[in-house]
Ligand binder design. Sequence first.
Ligand SMILES: [Zn+2]
Length: 501
Amino acid sequence: MTALSARPQAIRGGLVAFPAEGTVRAADLLIEGGRIAAIVAPGEALPDEAERVDATDRLITPGLVNAHTHSHLAIAKGMARAWTLELHLHNGPWTGGGQNVDDRYLLAQASAAEMLLKGCTACYDLVLELPTPSPEGMFATAAGYADAGMRAVVTPMLADRTFWQAIPGLREALPPEARASVDAIVMASSDMALAACERVLAHWPHDRAQVRPGLAPTIPLHCSDDFWRGARALADRHGAPMHAHLAESKIQALAGQARYRMSLTAHLDRLGILGPDFTAAHGIWLGEDDLALLGRRGACIAHNPSSNFRLGSGIANVPAMIAAGVQVGLGSDACSCSDHQNLFEVMRLACYLSRTASFDPDDWLTPADVFAMATRGSARALGMQDLIGDICPGHAADLVFLDLGSINFTPLNDALYQLVFAEEGRSITRVMVGGRIVVEDSQLTTIDYPALRAQLNDRAREIFAANAPRRRELAAIEPYVKHFCVGLAQGRIELAGNPAT
Ligand SMILES: [Zn+2]
């Protein structure tokens, strides 16, 4: 393991990508105490005692920041079939269930390994434990990131309704034996979950500059109003950020309207949830009023284009989000619904997707826009914008070094355009977090990858074998869920209003 260099370091001779300016230019960096101490013109004087680091032929970027992922699903790469979000949730008990506390650590390490190798140095991780979160589970997840040398916000996912209870009419549409089957899956009470979260927040054992806790009532429809209010009060008491999936699917938007007689966004605002510490994941099925409200409250949206494509959820209107003043970061979402944790892929998709919303190229997102989202925007979602997401004096030395000799940058015409449109992560030679080298010569320095791989393969076999009966049970019910949800999305089935919350 490479320790943090005690001596200041002068990184000389590289090109540096600055997200705030949307530019790439030659610059030398002085790193001191794990932070960026100075940025100077090439060759300009830096302290004599600084160790010289040669960055010739390197492009240096800030570490990318993943604004939305779920480490417990790092086990489920390649498992999702032709599933919409609703079928993904229906299958959740076997894709993401049956894990123990040791698995929390293992899967956080697996997530960290992939992200670090692909230039991502911080993430917002929403972790599900059933039937309720535990301090041991959350602390183990956090330890997985801390030991990998990565930064993270780790949040327990909260719900006091199951998926089948959350959508009005779905449970009732199932045949009796299927209904009995899903009724056997229960969530712990909101009181029990909030008490566990209180212990998580009060006894957090990690350095909060590296790994900090938050709260994630997972989906508005999955949490009762009292649960939401309790989570908000807890977050306020502990200064913890909040995160929820918001209007990810058309069905959620319709079900929200039926249950609350207003949009999901208005419902959350009525409960006092929205604010600068709130991140909404996806935000695909939002109206103009919703975006304006999120913008007024200073909230963030984590845009997850690869997941949205994989689940056929729809196209998020990112230019409209930005126009409404919403802060936008980029996320990969879980390996069960995008199969990877690659922010280069996400940046590229975000850029391409914006081209589907308008015939006017002036409306399209630029490489500089999406690069800023994957760095500064996501850092803002994590509440770490004063520490990460940029290359400026005082910020942490969370840096990615890419080889400009790689085929992705050859010929070198426009480094920023090639970073977004050509790079996939394979040019990365070195990654540092707080000045500590965590990837060197494209290899992890903090994780024994062959051992991690062996453990992951073993646990995936064991967990999915143990979950096989539940998988079969849910597969038998899936056609009914599919029929109801597809009918709802297509307008063939109407939802009964349910004012009860
Ligand atoms: Zn998610």
